[in-house]
Design a protein around this ligand. Sequence first.
Ligand SMILES: [Zn+2]
Length: 57
Amino acid sequence: MKIECNTCGGQISTPDDSIVGELVGCKDCGVEYEIVSVNGNQIQLQAAESIKEDWGE
Ligand SMILES: [Zn+2]
């Protein structure tokens, strides 16, 4: 599966059997994302850094 990178607009490839909590990285800009939702062939990503920030508050 391919998802658009929110940071640079590049394509991120994810395995077909991706699961929530898996980390994927954008090859173009190096940002790491965590998969927060998998629904059929729709995947939602959240930047891993922003998740860590939430934990700190
Ligand atoms: Zn990117």
